[in-house]
Design a protein around this ligand. Structure first.
Ligand SMILES: [Zn+2]
Length: 315
């Protein structure tokens, strides 16, 4: 039975899974990501170790040679060439992962940005099933997003499209990691929620983003306001995207999205305010369904499900 390998290469962990035509992971391997001065060789060696362990486990399950390897990477990726243009968290710049894996394992390899991979996963098996045009936003320590337009992932001409996190929502706001001022990420990313909370408290706190959402759920006014302000900025960016692209669904995932109603209730309120009436009545805003599985599931779909993604059609 043929199978494919999905790799989710994160800044702290490389996760890999064996898949055979569904979202069910038949074998999983995790390894710490070592980012050092010589990151390229270290990370390639780690990825190789994960792939070979997965192949060993697949063989133990009676599965044949893999049909392909899909890889999701946090950063800018030219998926046509299979080149990671820039993944600053990993220290990878202009690395042709596709060629590197194809030369070693003689199977097709597809590389894509992790948020686009998440969009594909939610589209096939998660909250956006049946939708051919969607926006997926993932909010954690940063903000990523993936666009699917008419069934296809849209990357833009320079492979740099779909960066909702770096759309500017406040030109007078804080400086972002990208160097610009007032990007969405400076307001809604987990560490920035904590910073806004500390500003309100007037003192430092050891609270995590999860603690903050627990406090907001308990009704703590400062914590609730932090999420309300984040939801307002997020709604502004999403509404502007919807005005341009008119998708049928926007899926919001990542650690910060687990805050649930303290984020989603004001998000809907402000989305209705900022979007056109036609859009606000029809566009669904939904929490992601796959959680941290979306990385490996989506990566496996890069090689096994791209055709399916185009064929299914839908809304
Ligand atoms: Zn930015």
């Amino acid at each position: 039975m043929p199978y494919v390998i999905g790799l989710d290469v994160g800044g702290t962990t490389i996760k890999g899974g064996v898949f055979a035509g569904s979202s069910q992971c038949l074998a999983e391997v995790r390894m710490k990501t070592y980012v050092t001065e010589n990151s390229v060789n270290e990370i390639l060696a780690n990825m190789r170790a994960v792939v070979e362990e997965l192949m060993r486990r697949a063989a133990m399950l009676g599965l044949d040679h893999p049909g392909g390897i899909g890889i999701g990477v946090p950063g800018f990726v030219n998926s046509t060439e299979g080149v990671v243009l820039e993944a600053s968290n990993l220290g990878l710049y202009d690395v042709n992962l596709k060629r590197w894996f194809e030369e070693r394992y003689h199977v097709p390899c597809v590389v894509q940005g992790d948020a686009r991979v998440g969009a594909i996963a939610e589209r096939e098996f998660g909250a956006a099933q049946g939708h051919s045009s969607l926006l997926y936003v993932v909010i954690g320590t940063g903000v990523g997003s993936g666009m699917v337009v008419n069934g296809e992932v849209y990357e833009g001409v320079h492979s740099a499209g779909g960066e909702l996190g770096h759309t500017i929502v406040n030109p007078d706001g804080d400086i972002c990691a990208c160097g610009k001022r007032g990007c969405l990420e400076t307001i809604v990313a987990g560490p920035n929620l904590i910073r806004a909370y500390e500003k309100r408290l007037g003192r430092p706190t050891a609270a995590t983003a999860k603690d903050l959402s627990d406090r907001a759920l308990e009704g703590h006014p400062d914590a609730k306001m932090v999420f309300r302000e984040a939801a307002q900025a997020l709604a502004l960016a999403i509404a502007n995207y919807c005005t341009l692209f008119d998708p049928s669904i926007v899926v919001v995932g990542g650690g910060v999205s687990l805050a649930g109603p303290v984020l989603f209730e004001p998000l809907l309120e402000f989305f209705n305010k900022y979007s056109s009436p036609l859009a606000s009545e029809r566009i669904v805003i939904a929490p992601a369904a796959l959680g941290d599985k979306s990385g490996t599931v989506g990566a496996s779909l890069l090689v096994q499900g791209v055709r399916t993604l185009k064929e299914v059609g839908g809304a």
